[in-house]
Design a protein around this ligand. Structure first.
Ligand code: FMN
Length: 179
């Protein structure tokens, strides 16, 4: 009997300080036998090296909207068709807002709009940003679209304060994606 085909997991990284933890997610996914590809917002790529993501995932990283066509033929469509699971981790308040209103201005947003596979978002932000009614309304809208919202968790935040806004632990995100 042949081994099961590796799961195709697409990870989107947006502009949160937690973006460096995306490397740990990718590493755990690859270790778990998945085929991984990454995409990032331009701001996400300021927080984590696309070289690190590309090296760990063994695949180029799609950044922004206008991805080099020699990497993927229309990345926003081909990545959406390729993926069996999509996670945006970390998901910034800003990308949560854009996804809630169907904004297709970036590669992550366009891929999520075009995708037919399960989508999960792992928010990461300051506790006040998370609790703001605008963010909560956006999250509620995303839940209505059928996206899973993983976290955030209570704990130490980048500011040094403690509150609700910390991204779910990378190992747990990877475990859920591999499940
Ligand atoms: C040092 C620093 C840390 C930040 N951390 C977060 C964060 O954890 N969560 C968040 O939602 N925004 C955070 N921001 C703000 C976002 O980077 C900003 O809203 C950005 O426009 C998000 O872009 P994107 O959603 O297109 O990636 C941070 C900004 C700076 C300068």
């Amino acid at each position: 009997m042949s081994a099961a085909a590796p799961k195709k997991i697409l990870l989107g990284v947006s502009g949160s300080i937690a973006a460096y933890k995306a490397c740990e997610i990718v590493r755990a996914l690859v270790k778990g036998g998945a085929e991984v590809r990454c995409m990032a917002t331009p701001n996400g790529a300021r927080f984590v090296s696309t070289l690190a993501l590309a090296t760990l995932s063994r695949s180029p990283v799609a950044v922004g909207m206008f991805v080099d066509p020699s990497l993927w033929d229309m990345a926003h469509i081909s990545l959406a068709a390729w993926a069996q699971r999509i996670a945006v981790a970390p998901a910034s308040a800003s990308i949560i807002s854009r996804l809630a209103r169907g904004d297709a201005s970036g590669v992550i947003e366009s891929v999520v709009l075009a995708a037919r596979c399960p989508v999960a978002l792992a928010p990461a932000m300051d506790a006040e940003m998370w609790q703001h009614p605008a963010t909560q309304a956006n999250v509620e809208q995303l839940r209505k679209y059928g996206y899973e919202i993983w976290g955030p968790e209570h704990g130490e935040l980048a500011s040094g304060r403690v509150g609700l806004g910390r991204m779910m632990e990378p190992e747990e995100i990877a475990r859920r994606l591999l499940a």
